[in-house]
Design a protein around this ligand. Structure first.
Ligand code: FAD
Length: 472
């Protein structure tokens, strides 16, 4: 194990964004106040919701409270790969059917348009680059995923959403000794995620939302109006939007539907020459076909972000579990991914590595819902895929607050019945065993070896039990 891993609690993105944020002055809540709507959580979900509410109903008095700084959660530490659901068509179609899968993918396209419009507004420099997304087979065992994707897009009548790449096609886009064929998804972009979060914060402040940072919600009293208590104040509000991401996994109403995994990402030092040597055109987001995926992208200054979605499961949905942010084995898997997939970066130093919780739902799709009282609303379940989907979340949650039945609130994200995850202790204990076996199988496959019979059997268990989480 490399003891010199520069594992940090924040992220390279967030540190960079804060040094470039001219409006970083924070205010914390002191005393009593009231509002029409309180949004709890200053990540993409909360910020898009507040912005949408102001656009749809400018007269609303909206307060947003954030435990730390806006963008300091998952929104400021992700891979910045922005794409909707075209690459997820096979999985969604198998669960919800082809019509719902297409409806969801088209909603993702609308989100992509909305994020593009925000990110490219004059005066904003959010490193928005639209060059598509590639999924690459990086081992013979991953090859079958290519045909699954291509056939599904054809069968659903959207062949242009997923284009097959031969090995030679891949080589014209990026070269690596372990890359094979792949699939190109044209609708995708890369962004600087923390700059996006900070730009959203500025936009909501500019349109009149009161933003209080370093102000965690300590207690929510469900009443009419609802009462939120913080360390030095309180807020009465008719509507509350809980946009607290992984923290929602502890809530009794939500915990049957949400579990916490984690993802680890590193940022290298800049090495534009190494990118040139790979003939990497640089703008695409890329990932392999592992279930515990390696995802990667370059930055405009020639760095590479490499992530490994293989971090530990948190016991009983505790979002403060150190395994979500400080697990050195998972951080090391991001390093190993860089060394194997992009060996041109073998001699480039890693600037920072960080980890973060991933809120995984039983069908791996997010959900946006209201509690039976109709005045408390929540959204989660992004399953490691939230940069595009949090825009959808903002639209859906603002429609739920306003009680409008429209395009967004009629989507399966709001209307489907949520499947449940297995109960504890099977969920965490069984999930951890399955995770270890899948990692063992995927690592063996990369070395073109066969994993042990035990690991192969345990890795198949989710499929045998008809689960959608943990299936390869
Ligand atoms: C390492 C990593 C890589 C990822 N890569 C990608 C990617 O490339 N593409 C992609 O689409 N998705 C990716 N994701 C997922 C994506 O980042 C998330 O789905 C998305 O950011 C969720 O946004 P959010 O606003 O719901 O959550 P967050 O950004 O976590 O915001 C929730 C906020 O709520 C605050 N909060 C919590 N409790 C309280 C409280 N009691 N009171 C007040 N505030 C509170 C937190 O401080 C936090 O700021 C990645 C995630 C991680 C961790």
């Amino acid at each position: 194990m490399n003891e010199a891993l520069p594992l940090v609690k924040t992220s390279w993105w967030f540190d960079e964004a804060m040094t470039n944020d001219a409006n970083a002055r924070t205010i914390s809540l002191t005393g009593k106040t009231d509002a029409d709507v309180v949004v709890v959580g200053g990540g993409f979900t909360g910020l898009w919701t507040a912005l949408n509410l102001k656009e749809k109903s400018p007269g609303l008095r909206i307060v947003l409270i954030e435990a730390g700084l806006c963008g300091s959660g998952a929104s400021g530490k992700n891979g910045g790969k922005v794409h909707g659901y075209w690459s997820a068509l096979p999985g969604i179609s198998a669960i919800l059917g082809p019509d719902a899968a297409l409806e969801i993918a088209r909603a993702g396209s609308k989100a992509q348009d909305g994020i593009r419009a925000f990110a490219t507004l004059k005066g904003r420099d959010l490193w928005w680059k639209e060059a598509g997304n590639i999924r690459i087979s990086a081992a013979p065992a991953q090859d079958t995923k290519i045909q699954t994707a291509i056939l599904c897009a054809r069968e659903l009548g959207v062949p242009d959403s997923a284009i097959e790449l031969s090995h030679a096609d891949v080589e014209t886009r990026i070269q690596s000794p372990v890359f094979r064929g792949g699939v190109f998804y044209p609708e995708a972009a890369n962004i600087h995620p923390a700059r996006l979060a900070r730009a959203l914060r500025s936009a909501v402040i500019d349109c009149g939302v009161e933003v209080y940072e370093n102000t965690p919600m300590l207690h929510l009293e469900r009443s009419s109006p609802n009462l939120i208590k913080t360390a030095n104040g309180s807020i009465e509000a008719k509507h509350v939007v809980l946009a607290t991401n992984t923290a929602l996994a502890k809530m009794p109403e939500i915990s049957p539907h949400l579990t916490l995994f984690s993802s680890y990402a590193l940022m290298t030092d800049a090495n534009p020459d190494a990118i040139d040597r790979m003939y990497w055109q640089g703008g695409q987001g890329i990932s392999d076909f592992r279930m515990f995926v390696h995802y990667f992208r370059a930055t405009p200054d020639g760095r590479v972000l490499m992530g490994s979605g293989s971090g530990p499961i948190s016991a009983t949905g505790d979002d403060t579990d150190p395994g979500l942010t400080m697990d050195r084995s998972s951080a090391q898997r991001a390093v190993s991914g860089l060394r194997r997939l992009l060996p041109e970066f073998n001699h480039t130093l890693t600037a920072q590595i960080w980890g973060g919780g991933i809120d995984v739902s039983a069908d791996r799709l997010p959900f946006f819902k209201s509690m039976p009282c109709r005045t408390i609303h929540y959204g989660a379940g992004y399953s490691g895929h939230g940069v595009n989907a949090t825009y959808i979340g903002g639209q859906c949650l603002s429609s739920l607050v306003l009680g409008t039945r429209d395009y967004w609130s009629s989507l399966p994200f709001c209307t489907r019945t949520l499947p449940s995850l297995p109960p504890e202790p099977i969920r965490t204990w069984g999930g951890s065993l399955i995770r270890q076996s899948i990692i063992a199988c995927e690592e063996a496959e990369e070395q073109q070896k066969q994993a042990s019979l035990y690991d192969r059997f345990i890795a198949e268990m989710p499929k045998l039990f008809g689960l959608k989480v943990g299936t390869r």
